[in-house]
Design a protein around this ligand. Structure first.
Ligand SMILES: *Cc1c(COP(=O)(O)O)cnc(C)c1O
Length: 395
């Protein structure tokens, strides 16, 4: 038998089946910017970008780009690092950024990774030979954290989303068997725009002194806290989050990720974390840009205040029209119900000039298909008024 055609047959079957359930993914239109206004070569006019993660509006800030170029003329052409960090891919900019992150986030040390995905699939597998661990994962954590758990083969259980009573029951039941619980949460969840009760989590350490808190701030770094150091800063628990993780890919408009943690765990990860050891380090120009934006974060207070104000205004306007919008932050979901009516609403909004994406079952629970609006600091409430008009007629 022809092996290739046997493979093709199975792949085709998968693709057809996925298409029938409406879940087929594809690479989308190419836009000429990642900023507030999107224009595609194939379409007329522009669309307001309500689907990006550039929460601080940095894509629309030529001033920051110019300032960076003036400060770092050597990084105009972003050449590669050519090697793993453990070989020749280590450089001053990376070490300095790690020290600045550690000090800002009130930890002994920090370690960079090539992306949040690399990081979340690196940490737990590195801990796979440590005795006594069990993972307790919030049901809504990101796929990269789930993949890290799976790769580690450590025992794990999921607790109901943001339900610390459920978590406590599970911890209590395992107390004798697993003396080293690791609780995995995100600070701000991207489906509901709701937050973890980090203060209450930290209080659990009084009952479970070995408890390790692993918190991913992917959607809150830059946007939360007085200096933009995340929800852990806002809630004043920075040093109590043992494994504090964030990405440069979203609000910081760069690439790469960090973990802020103990000096000992950093040393350990340098020895054990395979995505760090066996992958080429980020380009120096990219790390320099991350560092520049990280240093700029404390000054972006008006951007954060503006983002918060627009988010609140949008939520109130939607609630006045009886749309269900859970959550509190700059990620504003509009719950629509079934998949079909959610897709229909997305089409109407797209045609009206708004780049929105339907999020459907099974990505979210049945009957809670939604449009997920993510705001940035460069979006004004006036930009959203035509969308609210459309929505008023879709109720
Ligand atoms: C986006 C995201 C990641 C992945 O980060 P990248 O740097 O894009 O790989 C990890 N965790 C969470 C919670 C995310 O939202």
């Amino acid at each position: 038998m022809n092996r290739m055609s046997y493979l093709d047959k199975q792949i085709e079957h998968y693709l057809q089946e996925t298409k029938q359930t409406g879940g087929l993914r594809h690479l989308d239109t190419i836009y000429s910017s990642s900023g507030k206004w999107l224009s595609a070569p194939t379409a007329v006019g522009v669309r307001l970008n309500l689907s990006g993660n550039d929460y601080l509006g940095i894509a629309d800030r030529p001033d920051l780009r110019e300032q960076f170029s003036a400060l770092y003329p050597q990084y105009h052409a972003p050449s590669g690092s050519t090697s793993s960090r453990l070989l020749l891919g280590n450089f001053e900019e990376a070490i300095q950024l790690e020290q600045e992150i550690a000090s800002a986030l009130q930890h002994e040390s920090a370690l960079l990774f090539n992306s949040g995905y690399h990081l979340n699939t690196a940490i737990l597998p590195s801990l796979s030979t440590i005795k006594g661990i069990k993972i307790y994962a919030d049901r809504m954590i990101h796929a990269s954290m789930i993949d890290g758990i799976r790769l580690s083969k450590l025992p794990f259980v999921r607790f109901r989303h943001n339900d610390l009573n459920h978590l406590t029951q599970l911890l209590e039941a395992d107390r004798e068997l697993y003396p080293l619980p690791i609780v995995m949460v995100e600070s701000l969840y991207s489906m509901d725009g709701d937050q973890a009760d980090l203060k209450a989590l930290v209080r659990l350490k009084q009952t479970y002194p070995n408890l390790i808190i692993y918190c991913d701030e992917a959607h809150a770094i830059g946007t939360h806290g007085a200096h933009g150091y995340g929800l852990a800063e806002e809630l004043e628990v920075l040093p109590s989050i043992d494994i504090l993780v964030g990405t440069f890919g979203k609000a910081l408009n760069s690439m790469g990720a960090y973990v802020a943690t103990s000096a000992m765990l950093r040393d350990y990860l340098i020895n054990r974390a395979r995505p760090l050891i066996f992958s080429t380090m980020l380009p120096p120009a990219s790390v320099a840009w991350s560092r520049y934006i990280f240093q700029t974060l404390p000054t972006l207070t008006s951007e954060r205040a503006h983002l918060r104000a627009t988010s609140q205004a949008l939520r109130s306007a939607l609630q006045e029209m009886d749309y269900a919008t859970p959550g509190v932050a700059h990620i504003v979901p509009i719950i629509r119900g079934d998949n079909d009516s959610c897709c229909a609403l997305a089409t109407v909004l797209s045609e009206g000039g708004f780049e929105v994406r339907p999020i459907r079952y099974p990505t979210v629970a049945q009957g809670t298909a939604r449009i997920r609006l993510s705001l940035t600091a460069s979006i004004r409430i006036e930009d959203l008024l035509p969308m609210l008009d459309i929505l008023a007629h879709q109720r």
